[in-house]
Design a protein around this ligand. Structure first.
Ligand SMILES: [Zn+2]
Ligand SMILES: [Zn+2]
Ligand SMILES: [Zn+2]
Length: 147
């Protein structure tokens, strides 16, 4: 999703485009891996020193709600990462060592959705994360055991 597309979507949903909101969207596009709210805050503060973490959180959650970013939930909500939706809906494996988020190809909801729908349940959202260690964190942990 490009910045222009996101702005379009925000307007469509009836929200205003403030300069701060625009700066937050731009900040999401900077890092090469999905940033945390604090990462975004640091980038935005270069231009807008008075922006609060609270404002950043509210905007990121709004972007997640309207489907412009994927919120990657870590066990501690402070370290949640926000990824601009670049392709189809997907989930992540999250490294508990370094916080790296690896994109997974398939969503596992489909196999459950039909069953639930048939029983009369209405699904409005879902979250799915796998926790583990990336190869380099895993190797480092194994090495320290050997010593
Ligand atoms: Zn790692
Ligand atoms: Zn992803
Ligand atoms: Zn899914």
């Amino acid at each position: 999703m490009t910045e222009a597309k996101i702005i379009q979507k925000i307007k469509k949903k009836g929200y205003k485009i403030t300069s701060q909101r625009r700066a937050i969207i731009e900040a999401l596009l900077v890092p090469d891996r999905p940033p945390t709210a604090k990462d975004v805050l640091e980038i935005v503060r270069d231009k807008y020193p008075d922006v609060s973490l609270d404002t950043v959180y509210r905007n990121l959650n709004l972007l997640a709600e309207i489907g412009c970013v994927i919120k990657i939930n870590l066990k501690n909500s402070e370290t949640s990462r926000f990824e601009i939706l670049k392709r189809h809906h997907h989930h992540h494996l999250i490294c508990l060592g370094c916080g790296e988020a690896v994109c997974l190809e398939k969503c596992l909801l489909d196999m459950h959705a039909d069953v639930l729908n048939n029983k009369g349940y209405k699904i409005v959202g879902h979250a799915f994360e796998i926790y583990g260690y990336c190869p380099s964190c895993y190797n480092a942990a194994e090495k320290s055991k050997e010593v």
